[in-house]
Structures are given as structure tokens and as C-alpha cells.
Design a protein around this ligand. Structure first.
Ligand SMILES: Nc1ncnc2c1ncn2[C@@H]1O[C@H](COP(=O)(O)OP(=O)(O)OP(=O)(O)O)[C@@H](O)[C@H]1O
Length: 306
């Protein structure tokens, strides 16, 4: 299994008090990819990340990070991963530069090999190198957390909700940094609630719900699972009666001269929709289509598993 950046096998976690947060999760993160971990609140995403980080003890199962078992080889496992948690954690009295230097010292990175200024530049904080960290804005602190996770140049970076509550511009900056890291060979795992972003950024997406893995597929394949497609047609005169055909799921009026036709991609085509409308004697003035996206798939899968 040396090709996996992270290999999780039969992982279970029951918290004190009896809450089952992970229920036999099997998950492989291939090297070099950007993997999204999605799921509703309380699904178990942070529990997985915290087990990998050594912050939460698993109940059973195993996990390997870059080939190192987290129980048998905890030091190597920990050195192979950089984790950005949801909470912002660092001493507010240190400057960003000191924060990175201390973290590098913690990981035993020799002074000559430290890249603190380079990292600050990468997250657009070079000019804040000597400011007190407590004076940084929320977004700057978050970027500092990302730089801090990279001081020991791990081959894997894990980001737990890195853009929650972050404005669009900063989000874009963070994503472009994540993309650059990935292009440089770093495997990325991220949890996010922004499905659009996961769709845009991730090569592969795993969805977890109630502690169970419900899917793990390349993003394109997952989005293609959505079967429902909608075609909206504007015609040349008012619609008195609606055309009907059993091949389509739903035909409804969306305006005096427009109708919305929903069909399943495996049962019909847009051409057939247009033929039906024309066969009823209407001329088509305009057409628009709505493609299903990750949100449709996510809702279908998490509802089915509820
Ligand atoms: N320390 C704890 N003690 C008891 N239960 C916990 C603890 N931490 C988490 N849980 C419970 O375990 C379940 C999974 O939580 P987890 O934080 O892993 O979910 P999540 O998918 O990361 O959610 P979110 O998107 O809200 O961060 C939830 O029901 C949560 O309430």
C-alpha cells in the first residue's frame, strides 16, 4: 500500500459517553491528489483528522500516514503530515516569524533548513513577519496556521474547514496556495462545507455520514451520478395545455410561455424534450438547461443514508 498517502482501515471511534463517531471507516487517499472529505455537521470528519493528528485515540482499526502506522511509528507518521485544525492555536505574544521558528524547532528542523520567511511570503504575510500575532486579522491568523503546518515540509497537508467564515478573496488566495502546494507534489486533504469549492478544487471526494463512509470517488464521477436534468423551454405563444410524455419525470409551467421539463439522463435526452415540444406545434424561442451538481448528489446520498 505504498502508493497511498493515507490508508485508513476499519477505523472506529466511540467517545466516552457512548457516541459512535466512526463506524468501520475504510479510506485511501492516493498520493499527489487533492481529496475532499465532505459530510453534514457531526458526521465524523474532524474525528478522522484528530485521530491522524494524534489528538484523539481511536477505539479500533488502523491508520497509516505515508506508509507509517500511527501506533507503530507515531513519530514518522506525525512528521509526514501537516494539520490545520478548525481552531486557531498559537501564542499571541510571538511574531509570525517566531511562531514558525518555534514550530520548526518542535519538529527538529535544523536552522539551516528552515524556510520561515519563504513560507510567510507564500501565504502573503511576509510584511507581518515581525508583528505580534495577536494583532493579525482573522484571515491572517488562518494563513499563519497554514504556514505553521508546513514548517517541516510534510508530504501531506490536511486542512479542517480552512475557509469557514473566511471572505471570498481570502478563500481564493488560500485555494491558490493549496493548488500551488499540490502542484509541487503535496497531497492535500480538506474538509469543507462549500460543495462548489470541493467540486472545483478536489480530484476525489469522500462523503461521510453518521460515522460511515458512504462514497469515495473521483469528483467527475460523483457529479455524473446525478441523473436529474432540467431543460427550460420558452415557446412562441401562451401555453394552454401542457405536453405530456411518460419518458419525462416532470413537465411544469414556469411562465406564460415557458415550461420546465425534468428528465433522467439515462432515460431521455434534451433532443427528445425539444422534439416533444415541437411536435405539439410550438416554435422554440429559447432553451436553457440546468446540470445537476455536487450538491444534488450530496443531498441524494446523505438523505438515502439517513
Ligand atoms: N470529545 C467528544 N466527546 C463526545 N462526543 C464527541 C466528541 N467530539 C465529537 N463528538 C461527537 O462525535 C460526532 C462526530 O463529530 P466530528 O466533530 O468528528 O464531526 P464533523 O463531521 O467534523 O462535524 P463538523 O462539520 O460539525 O465539524 C458528533 O456527534 C460529535 O458530537
Amino acid at each position: 500500500m505504498t502508493d497511498a498517502a493515507i490508508q485508513i482501515t476499519d477505523l472506529c471511534k466511540t467517545y466516552a459517553g457512548g457516541k459512535v463517531a466512526l463506524d468501520h471507516v475504510n479510506l485511501t487517499v492516493p498520493r499527489g491528489q487533492i481529496m475532499g472529505l465532505l459530510g453534514p455537521n457531526g458526521a465524523g470528519k474532524s474525528t478522522i483528522i484528530n485521530i491522524l493528528a494524534g489528538l484523539v485515540n481511536k477505539t479500533s482499526g488502523s491508520a497509516r500516514i505515508w506508509g507509517f502506522d500511527i501506533d507503530a511509528n507515531p513519530r514518522n507518521a506525525r512528521n509526514s503530515i501537516g494539520i490545520v485544525n478548525q481552531e486557531i492555536l498559537f501564542d499571541p505574544f510571538f511574531t509570525p516569524l517566531e511562531t514558525l521558528e518555534i514550530q520548526a524547532g518542535y519538529y527538529g528542523v535544523p536552522k539551516a533548513e528552515r524556510r520561515s520567511i519563504e513560507l510567510l511570503r507564500a501565504v502573503h504575510l511576509e510584511d507581518k513577519a515581525h508583528a505580534y500575532s495577536r494583532t493579525l486579522s482573522g484571515g491572517m491568523k488562518r494563513r499563519l496556521m497554514v504556514a505553521k503546518a508546513m514548517v517541516h515540509s510534510p508530504p501531506i497537508l490536511v486542512l479542517d474547514e480552512p475557509t469557514a467564515g473566511v471572505d471570498i478573496e481570502l478563500r481564493q488566495q488560500l485555494w491558490s496556495y493549496v493548488r500551488r502546494l499540490n502542484e509541487g507534489g503535496v497531497t492535500i486533504v480538506l474538509t469543507t462545507h462549500y460543495l462548489e469549492e470541493a467540486e472545483e478544487l478536489c480530484d476525489r471526494i469522500a462523503i461521510i455520514n453518521h460515522g460511515k463512509l458512504i462514497t469515495d470517488k473521483p469528483t467527475r464521477e460523483l457529479v455524473n451520478m446525478a441523473q436529474e436534468k432540467v431543460v427550460e423551454v420558452t415557446v412562441d405563444r401562451d401555453l394552454a395545455t401542457l405536453p405530456a410524455h411518460p419518458q419525462f419525470e416532470k413537465i411544469e409551467k414556469s411562465g406564460e410561455r415557458s415550461l420546465k421539463i425534468t428528465y433522467l439522463k439515462n432515460r431521455a435526452t434534451a433532443g427528445e424534450v425539444l422534439n416533444l415540444v415541437q411536435s405539439e406545434g410550438f416554435a422554440i424561442v429559447d432553451v436553457s438547461t440546468h446540470d445537476p451538481d455536487l450538491e444534488d448528489v450530496f443531498l441524494t446520498l446523505t438523505r438515502a443514508a439517513a
